[in-house]
Ligand binder design. Structure first.
Ligand SMILES: *[C@@H]1O[C@H](CO)[C@@H](O)[C@H](O)[C@H]1NC(C)=O
Ligand SMILES: *[C@@H]1O[C@H](CO)[C@@H](O)[C@H](O)[C@H]1NC(C)=O
Length: 498
């Protein structure tokens, strides 16, 4: 007899950086063939998401009613990526007001399934309130973090302790009181919302209220790999007394990424591959700050000079610098050194790509040697999955802590610059590019470590007869925990009936 498929309910915060990892996880879980997946979000996001599923997918989308006008947001604002920055925290606050509606939605699902509860609810790191809802309904709940363990541990600890306000060290460094293993953090490694936080601002209030709620959850799923991210994972086990399940890397495939509605690429994958094919092995630097970030005009000028001075081959994804509309036309003659594009076209040294490049094709190509990146966790996982070492230039959120982990603990990264406001000198940047790409001892060591991490990742995801990698085991353990809890809940209920 075919067993009834258990329902898994997933609900990410309304931002591409959260929705995409959740979608990748949903597709990953779907592949097991054992679960029915209900993916919850607000109407406009669902509308966009429908077209990003492969045609044979059985994932079901469920709209949760939301009207941004009711929350002091501009009309039709349901995604972080379309609001000015100061509205982001308001969108967070608005999402917390979905508690009652969400509870009703789960109750409706239970009723439709003749009293059968979903196997689990997987909620966002920003939806601490959801753990309490699940508890009230007797449903297993887990937080899913698209961020890595170390980065999120720093983020969590700083929001709950605001240590930079308490500890005034002469050299602007501070320690995290409950996460000393992270070692010293410098003030310049804090994103603006954090460095300005004093405990009374909207961000502090929001996080102060909802981050502690994680202790009501069954545990945390991480898109990371235990073997190189255990310090951060240990932090949460200790802090919350709950299990963590490092199940990564779970990434969207090339096909699904294309479907996820990326804007028109600056170049086609075919063109990109053909260009890379003409280059020697390990000779190309890939430069991209992700789709949400850009650098200042002077930083852009210095980076261009650095690329030219270094003499390396490169693919550089450019966006208009800070102060200009990030989606406007790129003006090379204004924002790059005079004659830059012509010179690199003639020398065939570089490709300047507008807006977006096929990242996985580039990282997986044998000609690619290093990745100068903002170190968003998805980019980090993609780079390391192909054994490509990084040059880190964090821009926002927990990216600074990702760079710290990769430089200090994993040894696969050199930090190039910090943030969108720092002074950048092209000679420094060129020297760091040389360090990572050349045959000096340090460069060799970094590349050797990156290859080791690639093997760790391969092993973690291995699922063969007689061998399961750590990430595969963690996924099994997660579902076992959910089933165990359901068994207990049912026993309790049966006990009540008799
Ligand atoms: C859908 O088709 C793709 C490509 O043929 C396959 O890899 C994937 O496993 C299929 N998914 C499902 C849910 O059947
Ligand atoms: C949202 O609320 C506003 C103001 O109450 C209303 O005018 C608008 O029609 C609503 N939008 C939707 C999609 O219901």
């Amino acid at each position: 007899m075919a067993e009834k498929r258990e329902n898994v309910v997933m609900f990410p915060f309304m931002a591409q950086g959260h929705i995409i990892p959740f979608l990748a996880l949903a597709l990953h879980i779907e592949k097991t063939g054992k679960y029915k997946i209900t993916f919850v979000n607000t109407p406009l996001n669902i509308k966009k998401l429908r077209s990003s599923l492969p045609p044979n997918s059985s994932i079901q989308f469920l709209e949760i009613p939301f009207n941004s006008s009711d929350h002091g947001l501009p009309p039709n604002t349901e995604n972080c990526d379309v609001v000015p920055y100061h509205f982001v925290v308001r969108l967070l606050e608005a999402s917390a007001s979905l508690r009652t509606v969400f509870k009703q939605l789960i109750e409706d699902i239970i009723q439709e399934e003749d009293g059968h509860r979903p196997l689990c609810i997987i909620g966002d790191i920003f939806f601490g309130w959801m753990a309490g809802v699940a508890q009230e309904l007797g449903v297993f709940h887990a937080v899913f973090s698209g961020a890595g363990g170390f980065g999120l541990a720093c983020y969590y600890s700083i929001w709950l302790n605001l240590p930079h306000k308490e500890i005034k060290l002469a050299d602007n460094h501070f320690l995290l009181p409950d996460f000393q293993e992270a070692s010293k953090i410098h003030l310049t490694q804090l994103p603006l919302t954090m460095s300005e936080a004093d405990g009374t601002d909207s961000w502090s209030v929001f996080h102060g209220k909802y981050l502690p709620e994680w202790s009501k959850s069954g545990g945390i799923l991480f898109n990371t790999v235990e073997e190189f991210d255990h310090i951060g994972l240990m932090y949460f086990m200790r802090k919350l007394g709950r299990p963590v399940w490092p199940v990564g890397p779970i990434l969207l495939s090339i096909e699904n990424r294309a479907r996820a509605g990326k804007e028109a690429a600056g170049i086609t994958p075919e063109f990109c591959k053909a260009w890379l094919d003409t280059k020697p092995q390990n000779s190309v630097l890939y430069v991209s700050f992700g789709s949400m970030n850009t650098i200042s005009p002077s930083q852009m000028m210095q980076l261009a000079k650095a690329l030219e001075v270094s003499g390396k081959n490169f693919i550089w994804v450019v966006r208009p610098p800070l102060g200009f509309d990030i989606n406007s036309e790129f003006k090379a003659n204004e924002w790059l050194p005079e004659g830059f594009e012509e010179r690199i076209r003639e020398s065939k040294k570089g490709l300047v790509v507008h807006k977006w490049a096929p990242q996985l094709e580039i990282l997986s190509h044998k000609s690619t040697s290093a990745f100068l990146s903002h170190c968003g966790w998805n980019s980090v996982l993609e780079s390391l999955s192909y054994g490509v070492p990084l040059l880190g230039w964090a821009m926002a959120a927990e990216q600074f802590f990702n760079v710290k982990l990769l430089v200090e603990e994993v040894g696969v990264c050199v930090e190039v610059a910090r943030g969108k406001a720092c002074e950048v000198n092209h000679e420094d940047v060129a020297a760091k590019i040389e360090l990572v790409m050349s045959d000096c001892e340090k460069g060799k060591e970094i590349r050797r470590k990156a290859s080791q991490v690639r093997e760790m990742i391969k092993n973690a995801m291995k699922d063969e007869k007689g061998f399961k990698g750590s990430s595969v085991k963690a996924m099994d353990n997660f579902f076992n925990a959910a089933r165990t809890m359901r068994g207990q809940a049912q026993k309790q209920q049966n006990g009540r009936c008799t």
